[in-house]
Design a protein around this ligand. Structure first.
Ligand SMILES: [Zn+2]
Length: 263
């Protein structure tokens, strides 16, 4: 986790306002509650740590020496930590820190636990109960974590399901669009083919179709300056008024295109 208990408390303070005098009194009471020897001593240290931070956020910081004095008395009352107590008393003032306190007493706690396990078979009810207490805490913690994991998993699954649905919808939409585009493309291809149909009969270059070319070839047979009195302007190169062999009555041999002589 990227935040500390202190961060969380500050955040809660920002959101929900002031810590009241009653809150602080409750906090002090919780801090002074005796050690539950059925729980690992680290649980006690966590409680004290939380309470100190709470008091700090509540603008009534605890004096360092006072806390150490209080916790020292608390562990003495358990009558379990003789060796650690002795070690603590022999420390210099500079070494009397909260961190060192926790280390010193946690070490003896682990020694005690080890002894209990080694002597389990012959151990009295009290020790057995201690050990079971620790197991219960461990199981409770495991269950808490499972519950959290399950909640997280459920959220993840829900969010994944939502994402998959979105993707499926998007995919369906894209499939539909692709089909529409394919249809349009086919239609356009067909139209282009139809438009290109006349081009198939066109000769490259002249831009004319068969009928136009036939017409042109036909026109080419006529003399563009030619004339015959009986047949008009549409005469072939070697056909004129002079040599016409199919003359109408009144035919004028001298008639040309510039002087048609009434033809
Ligand atoms: Zn003629």
């Amino acid at each position: 986790m990227g935040f500390t208990t202190r961060d969380l408390l500050d955040h809660l303070m920002d959101r929900y306002g002031k810590i009241t005098a009653t809150d602080l009194k409750e906090n002090a009471k919780r801090m002074n509650e005796p050690i539950n020897t059925g729980l690992p001593i680290t649980k006690y240290f966590e409680r004290i740590g939380d309470c100190v931070q709470f008091a700090d956020v509540g603008k009534t910081p605890c004096k360092h020496e006072r806390i150490l004095q209080m916790v020292y008395l608390a562990v003495l009352k358990t009558v379990l930590y003789g060796d650690a107590g002795k070690e603590w008393r022999n420390k210099s003032d500079a070494d009397c820190t909260w961190t060192n306190f926790k280390t010193t007493f946690a070490d003896e706690y682990h020694d005690l636990k080890l002894q209990q396990r080694l002597t389990m078979g012959q151990a009295g009810f009290h020790e057995a109960n201690d050990a079971r207490g620790e197991e219960v805490v461990e199981i409770e913690e495991a269950l808490d974590q499972l519950a959290i994991a399950e909640t997280v998993d459920r959220d993840v699954v829900a969010s994944l399901t939502a994402s998959i649905k979105q993707l499926t919808d998007a995919n369906r939409m894209l499939t539909y669009q692709v089909k529409a585009l394919t249809d349009t493309n086919q239609l356009l291809t067909k139209q282009i083919e139809q438009q290109n149909q006349p081009a198939v009969t066109q000769l490259p270059g002249d831009g004319l179709n068969t009928k136009q070319r036939r017409q042109k070839r036909f026109e080419r047979r006529f003399n563009t300056n030619g004339y015959c009195w009986s047949h008009g302007v549409r005469v072939t190169n070697n056909h004129n008024s002079k040599n016409c062999d199919n003359r109408r009555s009144g035919h004028q041999e001298e008639a040309t295109r510039s002087n048609t002589m009434g033809g």
